[in-house]
Design a protein around this ligand. Structure first.
Ligand SMILES: Cc1ncc(COP(=O)(O)O)c(C=O)c1O
Length: 388
């Protein structure tokens, strides 16, 4: 049997070895890494809320009042008034019947499918986030996967009422978007359930002008979170804290409390973090300036990519990727940019399918035009001229 050492050597030689860089000071747009201060295009803190003064003050205030740990899972003593308020507030923001707050988006997706004890069919895009894939491996779940974004294959996988179409609204590793309106039509026509993972759309997806609540990608697709059977959003990205929520009807949320093992058997989030999340959401619901700045940055980036012919997706989302198709090349481009004090990520198999290795750029509201120009000029030189 191959030893761990042998296996690790093989992973390294194939270009797939993962390493953790130690980060010292960081904001959503600047980071200290390997003793250098660099412009970061790697954070999902899209609105810079993780360093918002008022959010930090709220966390400190709550920690001084209630301490920093809940000491147990939500079904013991870990469900505080702040957790309850946050669930109520999310229902109000999104106009949904019921909500449950969980420790992470990964946990939320695991919970969603751990409530089934009868055989159930789940239909999902082949490039779904790992948490959707792993959650589908629980229990007696039959996974049916269709080619990336090819909705025409969905209906042939539907075998009975209540099959679950589990859709990622904005794909974390490509910035591609699911046509949720179409998925909603499929749900209505074939009586399937629709579960939406909106980790990268919640609170930032472009909205219609008359929306007055926290923006959602559902709005972008002309639907509401309550049209879905389950709508999942995370706090670790645009909200700048940590955790996640699921909205649905009362019965679905009650089933998660009864059967969602990752929820039942894990210590709940600290109350001070929940209060920080509440504060962040409150600020985002009132002040649209960060949201507007982010979208200005996305438009600026997209327009420049068109002119410079940089091959990336032009969706109105902050996730931009450039396909390189080779893990060694993806790492090399990352290092070349780091030499120029720009941090982007090399995304390799198995996070993406083999030969889909790429670099991933995330834009935030904290970037300015100079940061983006510098990134684009460097990308143009490093990638367009040398490697594509
Ligand atoms: C699409 C998607 N779903 C779920 C998650 C998990 O969320 P969390 O980081 O809160 O565990 C992520 C995280 O990157 C994601 O991209």
């Amino acid at each position: 049997m191959a030893t761990f050492k042998d296996k690790l050597k093989l992973i390294e030689s194939e270009g797939y070895l993962r390493k953790r860089d130690v980060i010292s000071l960081t904001t959503s747009s600047h980071t200290q890494i390997r003793d250098k201060t660099v412009t970061s295009f790697s954070s999902n803190d899209y609105l810079g809320m993780s360093t918002h003064r008022d959010v930090i003050s709220e966390l400190k205030k709550s920690a001084s009042q209630y301490g920093i740990g809940t000491g147990s899972s939500p079904l013991i003593t870990g469900y505080t008034q702040s957790h309850q308020y946050l669930e109520k507030e999310i229902c109000e923001y999104l106009d949904t019947e019921s909500c449950i707050v969980l420790n992470s988006g990964y946990m939320a997706n695991l919970c969603l499918l751990s409530i089934y004890d009868k055989e159930v069919n789940v239909i999902q895009d082949k490039e779904s986030h790992n948490s959707i894939i792993e959650s589908s491996k629980l229990n007696k779940i039959k996974i049916n996967r269709y080619s990336h974004l090819d909705d025409s294959q969905i209906t042939k996988h539907i075998s009975k009422d209540n099959d679950i179409l589990f859709s990622e609204a904005v794909f974390s590793m490509t910035g591609d978007m699911t046509n949720l309106k179409n998925h909603l039509n499929i749900k209505r026509k074939f009586n399937t359930q629709l579960y939406i993972d909106d980790a990268h759309g919640f609170a930032i997806a472009q909205k219609s002008s008359n929306n007055t609540t926290i923006e959602t990608s559902c709005e972008l697709f002309g639907m509401k979170p309550s049209d879905a059977d389950a709508y999942m959003g995370t706090f670790g990205k645009a909200v700048g804290t940590i955790g996640a929520f699921i909205c649905g009807n009362k019965d679905l949320i009650e089933m998660i409390i009864q059967k969602g093992r990752p929820y039942i058997y894990s210590t709940s989030q600290p109350r001070c973090m929940i209060d920080a999340t509440r504060k962040s959401l409150n600020i985002l619901s009132l002040d649209k300036s960060r949201y507007k700045k982010l979208h200005e940055n996305i438009t600026y980036f997209n327009d420049a990519c068109k002119i410079k012919k940089i091959p990336t997706n032009l969706n109105q989302v902050p996730i931009k990727t450039i396909l390189l198709g080779n893990p060694h090349l993806a790492l090399k481009v990352k290092e070349l940019l780091l030499e120029k004090k720009i941090l982007i990520q090399a995304i390799r198999y198995p996070t993406v399918p083999k030969n889909n290795d790429k670099i991933r750029i995330t834009l935030t509201s904290d970037h300015n035009k100079k940061d983006i120009d510098n990134l684009l000029n460097t990308l143009e030189n490093v990638i367009c001229e040398k490697y594509t």
